[in-house]
Design a protein around this ligand. Structure first.
Ligand SMILES: Nc1ncnc2c1ncn2[C@@H]1O[C@H](COP(=O)(O)OP(=O)(O)OP(=O)(O)O)[C@@H](O)[C@H]1O
Length: 270
């Protein structure tokens, strides 16, 4: 990736931190019904601008559903969900929000560059945008460190490389908000570190807001902010330091378990 030598810990917020601006995402009473019942239960949270927010919680707690609601692809959403000043899914957001699903969205019978050229043409159509498209494709390839595989058929890439092509597609058009659903699943530790370094570079250099889901608690330590989820509810909305201090624990994983115990105790007291 483009800055592999960076440290994995989040840098301190600068005095003019973009997080002081209006949040990139604001949810109030966000409820989603899937199948026979609600899977998100009236959530209230914000995602600060220009920072990396980790959405963490066990499998099935509702992370993907929340991300889908945010990008406007989820049905049966109620409550208020504002993204970059617009209702989630509104047309003006299409070029301002990049979304990477868990399954790579890539054409296997095209090369890496052909995939990017295709999506760039959808995003930035017309002859007049040809130079900009070329620039965006080159920049996206460099960001995910796939320039040397640009002419490889996507179907011949490894799972990790395919994931990076998907990420490169989401980077086209330099979106202000990147929504990434478990982007590091199945990656080896070196690739995982490189990807996190790229996320930090995007936040620091371009002011990109990143919302990254994961069920691996040690990734929480790499985020500026955390939304900890369980069973369709938000258990905590805090920084990793704030969480550890508040729960008097040494790791975010211990903090999470502490909050789960607290929530269970509160439930059985009622
Ligand atoms: N198409 C569907 N119809 C009905 N229920 C669904 C559907 N998809 C998901 N669910 C349910 O919604 C809940 C939340 O699922 P979701 O995929 O959002 O969780 P997740 O935290 O992203 O899980 P994972 O980490 O395994 O991807 C789960 O209980 C799941 O069973």
């Amino acid at each position: 990736m483009n800055k592999p030598s960076e440290s994995s810990s989040p840098p301190p917020a600068a005095p003019t931190s973009p997080s002081a601006l209006a949040p990139a995402v604001r949810a109030t009473g966000l409820t989603v019904v899937r199948g026979t019942g609600p899977v998100l239960h009236g959530l209230d949270f914000t995602v600060p601008r220009g920072r990396i927010t980790g959405l963490l919680g066990p499998s099935g707690c509702g992370k993907s559903t929340l991300l889908r609601a945010l990008v406007g692809t989820q049905a049966k959403v109620t409550g208020d969900l504002t993204v970059l000043g617009h209702p989630a899914g509104a047309p003006p957001l299409r070029s301002r929000v990049g979304y990477v699903t868990q399954a790579p969205s890539v054409y296997l019978d095209l090369t890496v560059r052909q995939n990017l050229d295709y999506f760039a043409a959808v995003l930035l159509p017309g002859r007049a945008a040809a130079a900009r498209r070329h620039e965006e494709v080159e920049q996206a390839l460099t960001s995910v460190d796939l320039t040397s595989r640009a002419d490889a058929l996507a179907g011949n890439l490894s799972g990790g490389q395919l994931g990076r092509v998907s990420l490169a597609v989401a980077l086209l058009g330099t979106p202000e908000l990147l929504v990434l659903d478990e982007p590091t699943v199945g990656l080896d530790p070196v690739l995982r570190r490189d990807l996190w370094n790229l996320f930090h570079a995007l936040a620091a250099d371009r002011g990109t807001t990143l919302l990254v889901s994961s069920h691996v608690m040690d990734e929480a330590e790499r985020c500026h902010r955390l939304l900890l989820m369980r069973e369709g509810e938000i258990l905590a909305d805090d920084s990793p330091d704030g969480l550890r201090t508040r729960t008097r624990t040494a790791t975010v994983e211990e903090a999470f378990l502490h909050l789960v115990d607290e929530a269970n105790a509160a439930r059985s007291a009622h």
